[in-house]
Design a protein around this ligand. Structure first.
Ligand code: L34
Length: 295
């Protein structure tokens, strides 16, 4: 069993991106500028956004970090997004999800200029991905492709099972794994809360992507020996034995599943850091492809 180390892989990719930014600067180009909006005080979201802003600094990006109260209106948030859309110095815009219940995530995302949609959530980005056209890939699925590539894992012809059908992970993952590209060319099944015989289906998989948001959902009896397991879940559970009283676990029962696998991503230090890599790569592309976005 080999651990797919998201921290080490992201550190390696970030070194390359840092050099790329230095070269952009040296050749007289502007450095990438990412604007991140967060609404409310969800501690997990705050931690993820802090990681993103810190990574911008590490790579020599400019960043703008806007933090608003939960009580803001949708109209106010749309005004802020429009200001960033109109600001030529800003290359990428990200509105951290989830948003408070009174604000529609769809409406806000649909208002981001697709040329700055470095999260890859806008319908134009998702449509381009579906059609196999170049564009921004959603950051988490993109990060998963990057870690598979880094470890030279070729998924072509594999039976892949994706558990979870969210717009930002499960659904795009099925498209990316099955498209005629590298990585790609896998045979993909998507499972969700209404799937019958889920255990039997998952057990057939050569590669499992667990993105269901339930702690330790994938258990050892569901995993074929030798399978590759990608754990997208980040769930905080109580653990009185730790200093903070809680710890992070994935959607996979790592302790019992890992010994069965050929490769597995841990939580933390697996897919999470790779998501940030995907975002940073998209932001560099936003600068490079400014003029190409409608092509
Ligand atoms: N708009 N909303 C938007 N874009 C995204 O790409 C996200 N996502 C998901 C939630 N909402 C979003 C993230 O940024 C999940 N996500 C994310 C990003 C980073 C990390 C985890 C999730 C991360 O850095 N994880 C680390 C440490 C986690 C910790 O200690 O709390 C890890 O090692 O997994």
């Amino acid at each position: 069993m080999q651990i797919l180390d998201g921290n080490a892989t992201s550190a390696y990719i970030k070194e390359q991106l840092k050099k790329e930014v230095e070269e952009m600067k040296a050749s007289g180009h502007k450095v990438p500028h990412l604007a991140v909006i967060i609404v409310g005080n969800n501690p997990a979201s705050e931690a993820y956004v802090a990681n993103k802003v810190r990574t911008c600094k590490e790579l020599g990006f400019e960043s703008t970090h806007l933090h608003f109260e939960t009580s803001i209106t949708e109209e106010f948030l749309l005004e802020q997004v429009n200001k960033l859309n109109d600001d030529d110095s800003v290359d990428g815009i990200l509105v951290q999800l989830p948003l408070p219940a009174h604000i529609s995530g769809d409406v806000v995302i649909n208002n981001i200029n697709p040329a700055k949609d470095v999260d890859g959530f806008h319908p134009i980005s998702q449509g381009k991905m579906l059609l196999g056209q170049p564009g921004f890939l959603p950051a988490t699925p993109y990060g998963i492709l990057l870690i598979l590539e880094h470890y030279n894992i070729d998924v072509a012809g594999m039976d892949c099972v994706v558990i979870g059908r969210s717009n930002i992970v499960g659904t795009p993952m099925t498209i990316l794994l099955s498209r005629n590209a590298k990585p790609g060319n896998a045979t993909v099944t998507i499972c969700h809360s209404r799937t019958k015989n889920l255990k039997e289906i998952v057990k057939r998989a050569d590669l499992i992507v667990a993105a269901i948001g339930r702690p330790k959902f994938v258990t050892a009896d569901m995993v074929k020996p030798g399978a590759i397991v990608i754990d997208v879940g980040i769930n905080r559970i109580d653990d009185p034995t730790t200093k903070s009283g809680s710890r992070l676990v994935g959607d996979v029962d790592f302790e019992n599943v890992a010994p069965l696998c050929s490769y597995i991503t841990p939580v933390p230090k697996g897919v999470g850091p790779m998501t940030i890599c995907g975002l940073m790569k998209n932001t560099i592309d936003a600068v490079k492809q400014k003029k190409l976005v409608n092509s």
